[in-house]
Write a protein that binds this ligand. Structure first.
Ligand code: FE2
Length: 291
């Protein structure tokens, strides 16, 4: 299931055919559990843990799965042993998030800015989101290091770019389904979440803008975050990169093709680790848990 979800990242599933087929598989799997629920609540709990940590996201996103079984049992007259498992699950969940935030990764990924890591822990972010933010933040770091070295006159705010990369998908805490399926509801939600947490508009805007590079008023900072959010997984987007090439050629007093070659080289280099970053992200569960 996880491999299929990862493959979706590379697929053009604009028709929704693959997504629909996958959802059918998920529903079928969940239905099988409904038809033959384990009699022993301990077995149910251990299956839930395995489902969450081995096949992250596949069960938790359906109304017919183990969560449904659990809620039925919890409302029954007899006290449910599940109640005693919940603190354990909660602890495992926060451990999973902690691992996503602190494991070095391969390639080694820089840690998120401390205030962002604290915020993700406070909000009990899905571990996979934390892993994704680390991957994109690390790539943004490589990009700004490169830009500072080769285009010292390029006008951008290093701190803002890194904060933006580290928080751009934070709205997926509120819309976790968009960790597994395409969707843009998380964009405005992420911006509003950051504003509600006291983040300035200048830094919160990345959560809303990271997929809107053709919108008027988009800054070089926005373009750097958007490019990082693509190239971390090896995806190259011509029109997005062209916008950045224009800024680079202007800042570096180069012809367009010269800036193109320079950017192409660095993105190609960064993309070489895409598979390993994808594996790192996929190794962390989608579901934040039930605690
Ligand atoms: Fe992203």
């Amino acid at each position: 299931m996880d491999r299929v979800t990862r493959a979706l990242i590379h697929l053009d599933d604009s028709s929704g055919i693959v997504g629909d087929a996958l959802q059918e598989l998920i529903d079928l799997y969940a239905h099988a559990f409904e038809q033959a629920p384990p009699a022993n609540p301990r077995t149910l709990a251990s299956r839930l843990i395995a489902a969450q940590f081995d096949d992250p996201g596949c069960i938790m996103h359906t109304d017919h799965g183990l969560l449904h079984q659990m809620s039925r049992r919890r409302t029954s007259a007899a006290p449910s042993p599940i109640r005693h498992v919940r603190p354990t699950l909660s602890r495992m969940t926060s451990n999973a998030l902690h691992r996503a935030l602190t494991l070095p990764g391969d390639p080694v990924l820089r840690p998120l800015p401390r205030q962002v890591a604290f915020l993700l822990e406070e909000l009990q972010a899905p571990p996979r989101l934390a892993a994704h933010l680390r991957a994109v933040h690390d790539v943004a770091h490589q990009l700004v290091d490169w830009a500072e070295q080769h285009y010292p006159q390029l006008d951008f705010d290093r701190h803002a770019v890194l904060f933006g990369a580290a928080t751009h998908d934070i709205g997926k805490i509120l819309h976790p389904e968009e960790l597994s399926w395409p969707g843009s509801t998380h964009e405005v939600a992420g911006h509003d979440l950051l504003i509600a947490r006291g983040v300035t508009e200048g830094l919160a805007r990345f959560a809303r803008n990271h997929a809107s590079w053709n919108a008027p008023g988009i800054s070089t900072d926005d373009l750097l975050v958007s490019v990082a959010d693509k190239v971390w997984k090896g995806k190259r987007v011509t029109d997005l990169e062209q916008l950045l090439i224009d800024r680079l050629s202007e800042a570096g007093h180069q012809r367009t093709w010269e800036a193109f070659v320079a950017l192409d080289d660095v993105l190609d280099h960064i993309a070489q680790d895409a598979e390993r970053r994808l594996a790192f992200q996929a190794g962390h569960p989608v579901a934040p848990g039930i605690g």
